[in-house]
Unconditional design. Structure first.
Length: 495
């Protein structure tokens, strides 16, 4: 604790974002380059070194937050990087993409703005790369055991890196042409530039991890065959089976799933094509779904030059502060948050009919109507009460040339045949069933991440990857020294 009075004398200051008019003209990350480092040491000083750091409990990775806060306040970047990487394989990912449940659990947040834990994390991660504190860590010797990891999202990459460093020969199978899963094609460039992902993949290659892209297990290579070729298999395919909108007019052209729309914009940023075939340019866009994926669609449509963009959220507009009776500290509260995309939509007035920024709250879709060519032109909605019942007399119509469905995901996609070929047991909610050791009903086959847990946060995905790696290592060798931060049945803190 470098400054015992830091939390009393230093106000919270976040990494500033670039002006809206500037950042919507490109796909670069929304933050001011270089503006974090001058402020971050004083922000780390705000850490109270409290007796019981609830930020640990709020973070499934068990990040050593007070320790690296203290080291950052002293500008000891090497030691801070070591403590950060002790619990997290990819802190530059979580520092940019995680909604920071650790900050909701910060003791200072009881009566003050929390420590900027997420900003400190990303500052340490970026400095580690700049100063050469994140070199490849290949194993000293090989175990002679082989592991196939199916899926290259945060769970698959974390599991692969841990198992490679433990000495096993690991191959990661990815159905897409590039690695990264939803981090590659689901997360827009303005939230995380893909150079951060490429850097980690190159680190993993140098450590010995093998990658097989454009290979869908179950279709391009048989799942049962793969099981016979490797000593263990980890299923980390994510939850990519999207939820549908069951309303009249769903079949109209121009009604797309978010994960049909977002990858094209990322491919444009990769230089594969000049314009997305689903571009929102000049169109009236309505996004159905109030979560992060919807916000990603919002920021993307704004950058593509949509005529208007409105986001529908079936829930009522949250209040601005935590309701201690409903969601007491240190749980993660549902409060009104202004993401970068929502800030852009608010300042640019992309949705004149919205309640706040671009969002219409307590709104449910009734039907979609189109033109004589079968293309969507309007979305009809109604306000709903707390029980999601329509409120009489509140029907309204929005112009809609492009409707994006961002309603979440129910489990792994069954289209490739992986589940059937292995004979995996499934949970009623559509996820892969597993035991207390992350094992499925098939010996030597393990399941982790959203494929088994269900749709969750990136920080839980990485924690699952680390934990399943320890389970696989134990299965292969009889014991393991790899950390296992969570169990398969652990869940976030709730009331």
């Amino acid at each position: 604790m470098a400054d015992p009075k830091g939390f009393m004398t230093t106000p919270r200051k976040d990494w500033p974002r670039r002006p809206v008019e500037e950042r919507v003209g490109d796909w670069d990350e929304v933050y001011v380059p270089g503006a974090l480092l001058p402020i971050i040491s004083k922000q780390a000083d705000r850490c109270m070194d409290c007796g019981i750091p609830f930020c640990h409990e709020a973070c499934p990775l068990g990040n050593l937050i007070p320790e690296w806060n203290d080291l950052v306040s002293r500008e000891d970047w090497r030691q801070a990087a070591d403590r950060l990487h002790a619990t997290n394989n990819f802190p530059e990912f979580t520092g940019r993409l995680c909604p920071a449940p650790c900050e909701a659990g910060c003791v200072l947040a009881i009566n003050q703005p929390a420590v900027t834990i997420k900003n400190v994390e990303v500052a340490v991660a970026d400095r580690a790369w700049e100063l050469g504190f994140a070199p490849p860590r290949p194993p000293d010797r090989l175990s002679g055991r082989t592991v196939a990891v199916i899926g290259s999202g945060p769970t698959g990459l974390a599991a692969a890196q841990q198992l490679t460093r433990a000495g096993h020969t690991v191959a990661v199978y990815e159905k897409d042409d590039r690695l990264g899963g939803l981090m590659r094609y689901g997360i827009p460039e303005f939230k995380m530039e893909k150079r951060h992902l490429e850097r980690r993949i190159e680190q993993m290659r140098a450590e010995g991890t093998k990658f097989r892209t454009s290979t869908a297990v179950g279709r391009d290579v048989g799942a049962a065959e793969l099981r016979t070729r490797y000593d263990a298999v980890v299923i980390a395919t994510g939850a990519t089976a999207w939820r549908e909108l069951d309303v009249p007019g769903r079949e109209l052209a121009g009604v797309q799933q978010a994960m049909e729309y977002l990858p094209w914009a990322n491919r444009v940023c990769e230089g594969e094509l000049a314009v997305s075939p689903m571009s929102a340019t000049g169109k009236h866009v309505v996004i159905v779904g109030g979560g992060d994926t919807g916000a990603d669609c919002l920021g993307t449509a704004v950058r593509e030059g949509a005529a208007s963009v409105t986001q529908l959220d079936i829930y009522a507009q949250p209040v601005g502060e935590r309701d201690e009776d409903v969601e007491p500290w240190p749980t993660y509260p549902k409060i009104y948050r202004l993401s970068a995309a929502h800030e852009e939509a608010r300042d640019l007035a992309t949705a004149p009919a919205a309640d706040a920024d671009a969002r219409l709250f307590a709104a449910s879709t009734l039907r979609l109507t189109g033109d004589e060519d079968g293309h969507v032109r309007s979305l009809h909605l109604v306000e709903v009460d707390a029980a999601r019942r329509p409120v009489t007399g509140t029907e309204r119509t929005l112009p809609a040339d492009l409707v994006l469905l961002a309603l979440g995901f129910s489990g792994p996609d069954r289209g490739d045949g992986l589940v059937e070929q292995l004979g995996l047991e499934m949970e009623p909610r559509g996820t892969v069933a597993r035991d207390a050791g992350f094992g499925t009903n098939v010996p030597g086959v393990f399941a982790a991440g959203d494929a088994a847990r269900g749709q969750s946060l990136i920080v839980w995905a990485i924690a699952e990857g680390r934990a399943v790696a320890a389970a696989v290592d134990r299965y292969l060798t009889g014991s393991s020294q790899l950390p296992s931060p969570i169990g398969p049945y652990d869940r976030p803190m709730t009331v």
